[in-house]
Design a protein around this ligand. Structure first.
Ligand SMILES: NC(=O)c1ccc[n+]([C@@H]2O[C@H](COP(=O)([O-])OP(=O)(O)OC[C@H]3O[C@@H](n4cnc5c(N)ncnc54)[C@H](OP(=O)(O)O)[C@@H]3O)[C@@H](O)[C@H]2O)c1
Length: 334
C-alpha cells in the first residue's frame, strides 16, 4: 500500500484527489489536513466528500507517509514541501511553486523570491507522458498547471517534429473551478453566469512562462507564444484552440501520422479521428486529454480538452504517483 497525506484537502483539487485516492486499490489515506476546517469531517465541508477527519497541518504525521500531496496556493507549498521532504516523505506539489526551473523567472511572475531555490533543480516537472524516465527516482514532483498540461500535450508532437514555422496562438477557455474555491469578484456567480470573458491576454497569465519552458525542452528557440485565456461559465473543463503556422511540406496527413505515432500507446491522450474536434464532453470527470487536428491555409489548428481538476491537477498527480511507486500507470484512474 502507498500511505498518503493530503495537505489542503478542503480545496477543489484536494477534494478531487481524496475521491481518486479513495478508489485507488493501492492508495491509503493516512491524513487530510486543513488550516481553517481542522476538527471537522471533510463531508461537513463538502457534502460530496467522504466523512474523513481533517487535522491541523502542524499535527500531520509526515514521517508516517510515503507521499504527501500539496493542494495549496503557490508560496504556501514551499515550506510544506521542505517539511515533508525533511521528514522523509516524497512530495507531489499541485501548485506552481516548483514548476519553473529559474528562481528569477519565479520571482518575476509570482512577485516574491523563491524560499527554497535549491529544490528547483531537483523537482521533476510531472507532465507524465514526457516525464516517465525521471519520475521513479523523484523525491519532489511539480505537477503541471491545467492550461500548461493542455497546451503542452497538444504542442509536443508538432514542436518535436520541427514543423512549427512562426508565432503560436493559444486561445484557451477554462471552467470556473480553475480559479480555486476562495471567492473572488471575477468568479462570483453573477459575474460568470451568462457571461464569457477573456482575461490576462497576451503575455500576462502566470502559465505563460511554464508553457514556454515546456516548449524549450522540445525546441531550444521555439516560436513565440500568444496566450489568450477565457473564463467559461461552467464549473470545470479546459478547451484550447491553438494555431501553429507550418513549415513548407507539412500537411494534415503527415502531421496526423506524427501525432498518432506519438500518442498511440498513451492511455490518457487520444488523437481524434480526422474531422472531429475536442470538446469538454469528451473529457470531464476523466483523466483524459483529447486532441483534434486540422490543417488549413498552412496552419495547424489544434483543439485540445481536459478536465482541469483531473488530468489538469489531481488525476495527473495520481498518474505521477503511480509511476513514482512502480504501480500500473492507469491504476485508480480508469
Ligand atoms: N483548480 C484547478 O483547476 C487547479 C488545476 C491545477 C493546479 N491548481 C493549483 O493547485 C493548488 C490548489 O488549487 P485549488 O483550486 O484546490 O485551490 P483552493 O480550492 O483555493 O484550495 C486551496 C486550499 O489550500 C488551503 N489554503 C489556502 N490558503 C492557504 C495558505 N496561505 N496556507 C496554507 N493553506 C492554504 C485552503 O484550505 P484550508 O484553509 O482549509 O487549509 C484551501 O482549501 C493551487 O496552487 C492551484 O494553482 C489548481
Amino acid at each position: 500500500m502507498i500511505n498518503i497525506g493530503i495537505i489542503g484537502a478542503t480545496g477543489y483539487t484536494g477534494l478531487e484527489l481524496v475521491r481518486l485516492v479513495q478508489r485507488h486499490p493501492a492508495g491509503q489515506i493516512s491524513f487530510l489536513s486543513s488550516r481553517s476546517q481542522a476538527g471537522k469531517l471533510l463531508s461537513q465541508v463538502h457534502p460530496a466528500g467522504p466523512p474523513l477527519p481533517l487535522i491541523r497541518p502542524e499535527d500531520a504525521p509526515l514521517d508516517a507517509v510515503d507521499v504527501v500531496f500539496l493542494c495549496l496556493p503557490h508560496a504556501a507549498s514551499i515550506p510544506a514541501a521542505v517539511q515533508a521532504l525533511d521528514a522523509g516523505a516524497r512530495v507531489i506539489d499541485l501548485s506552481a511553486d516548483f514548476r519553473l526551473r529559474d528562481p528569477a523567472v519565479y520571482a518575476q511572475w509570482y512577485g516574491q523570491a523563491h524560499a527554497a531555490p535549491e529544490l528547483l533543480a531537483e523537482a521533476v516537472y510531472g507532465l507524465t507522458e514526457y516525464a516517465r524516465d525521471e519520475l521513479p527516482a523523484a523525491r519532489l514532483v511539480a505537477n503541471p498547471g491545467c492550461y500548461p498540461t493542455t497546451n503542452l500535450l497538444a504542442l509536443g508532437p508538432v514542436l518535436q517534429a520541427g514543423a512549427a514555422a512562426g508565432t503560436i496562438i493559444a486561445d484557451a477557455k477554462s471552467g470556473v473551478s480553475g480559479a480555486g474555491r476562495t471567492p473572488k469578484q471575477h468568479t462570483h456567480f453573477v459575474e460568470v453566469a451568462d457571461n464569457f470573458s477573456p482575461y490576462k491576454i497576451g503575455r500576462a497569465h502566470r502559465h505563460v512562462p511554464e508553457i514556454e519552458q515546456g516548449l524549450r525542452r522540445w525546441q531550444p528557440d521555439p516560436p513565440a507564444l500568444i496566450f489568450a485565456p477565457h473564463l467559461l461559465p461552467v464549473p470545470r473543463g479546459i478547451l484550447a484552440t491553438i494555431y501553429v503556422p507550418l513549415r513548407p511540406g507539412w500537411d494534415e496527413e503527415r502531421l496526423r501520422a506524427v501525432y498518432e505515432q506519438r500518442y498511440q500507446d498513451e492511455p490518457f491522450v487520444q488523437v481524434l479521428p480526422a474531422g472531429e474536434v475536442a470538446t469538454l464532453a469528451h473529457v470531464n470527470h476523466t483523466n483524459r486529454c483529447v486532441i483534434g487536428l486540422t490543417v488549413t491555409a498552412g496552419t495547424l489548428i489544434l483543439t485540445a480538452a481536459l478536465d482541469n481538476l483531473v488530468k489538469g491537477a489531481a488525476g495527473q498527480a495520481v498518474q505521477n504517483m503511480n509511476v513514482m511507486f512502480g504501480r500500473p500507470e492507469t491504476e485508480g484512474l480508469l
